[in-house]
Design a binder for this molecule. Structure first.
Ligand code: DAH
Length: 326
């Protein structure tokens, strides 16, 4: 019994338990000898042995509890972490304003049941120009300064060629947007050689799609992006749409009163749109369909949302700018 007190770990305690109560244990042995005794003696010794066993078991369990607690404490002590110690400072990044804006735009259209399509950055003349009603001799091609490769390929100047690729692949109805990078030979306050556009296209059989549908979605979308703004449509020209319009929002800097950003007009131009030109449908072999399309520049949206005045600063990876978007 005394031995129990000297034991300092669970393993030795269990060894002792086996030594006493195990199959060949001391007490077990004594119990086995009972059968050799006469009845009176057997009763007496059995009683004593039972008491001894109970007392031993009780002490054993008590010691076990104490040792378990002690081992637990030792373990905690060993794995202790000093949470007040200074650690290495972790710098958290921020979402780039262009990605933030793009995510918001995409989120809107995904919620409106548009699917997302992408296309190659290196395009051919057919998808980038020809099929979009910009034939070789067309003066509208001058509107876009293009990076050409030695063969007839080029860096796409807009995301509109994805319209063509999608229509060539599937039949109407189509309800798609195409976000992605585009390239033009341009570099100043509001132009960089690479920037991002989102193109949208909706096509249905028959004459189901009207300018009213286009107007509805754009007014809804622009309010989602810019809050409570007025939206106006100005007649314009794009080879791939007829009729075409440019869309303005009331200036978010001066509430339409007129300021430097809106050149004192009270309006900011934000995108181009229109009903898809018959010639575009012809180029992809569509008959008896109607549709609308629009295209917007993501950086332009980002600049307006974040009030950034120099577009080039978005691509300089200057932490002083990027840290402001945490
Ligand atoms: N592709 C035009 C551009 O790069 C943007 C655009 C304007 C797309 C009008 C359209 C549209 O789909 O209808 O400037």
């Amino acid at each position: 019994m005394i031995e129990i007190y000297n034991i300092t770990n669970l393993k030795s305690l269990d060894e002792l338990r086996i030594k006493v109560l195990g199959k060949k244990g001391v007490l077990t042995n004594e119990f086995a000898k009972l059968k050799d005794l006469n009845e009176d003696e057997r009763k007496k010794v059995a009683k004593e042995l039972n008491e001894l066993r109970d007392e031993f078991s009780e002490k054993l369990n008590l010691k076990k509890e104490i040792l378990e607690k002690k081992e637990q404490e030792q373990l905690l002590q060993k794995d202790k972490i000093d949470v007040t110690l200074f650690s290495k400072k972790v710098e958290l990044g921020a979402i780039h304003p262009v990605n933030y804006t793009l995510d918001r735009i995409v989120e809107y259209f995904v919620n409106m049941n548009f699917s997302i399509h992408t296309g190659p950055l290196i395009e051919d003349d057919f998808h980038n120009f020809e099929a979009l009603n910009l034939p070789n001799y067309h003066p509208a091609r001058d509107m876009q300064d293009t990076f050409y490769f030695k063969d007839s390929n080029l860096l796409r100047t807009h995301t509109s060629p994805v319209q063509i690729r999608t229509m060539l692949k599937q039949k109407p109805p189509i309800r798609m947007i195409s976000p992605g990078a585009v390239f033009r030979r341009d570099f100043d306050l509001t132009h960089t050689p690479m920037f991002h556009q989102v193109e949208a296209l909706v096509v249905e059989e028959g004459d189901k799609v009207s300018f009213a549908n286009l107007k509805y979605i754009l007014e809804n979308f622009l309010t989602y992006m810019f809050g409570d703004v007025k939206v106006r449509f100005r007649p314009s020209f794009f080879p791939f749409t007829e009729p075409s319009a440019e869309v303005d929002i009331s200036c978010i800097f001066c509430n339409g009163d007129g300021c430097r950003v809106c050149s004192h007009t009270g309006w900011l131009e934000v995108l181009g749109c229109g009903l898809v030109d018959e010639n575009v449908f012809k180029a992809v072999g569509y008959k008896n369909v109607s549709g609308y399309a629009f295209g917007l520049g993501v950086e332009r949206f980002a600049m307006l949302i974040h009030k950034i005045s120099d577009l080039r600063s978005l691509f300089e990876s200057d932490l002083r700018l990027l840290e402001q978007f945490k």
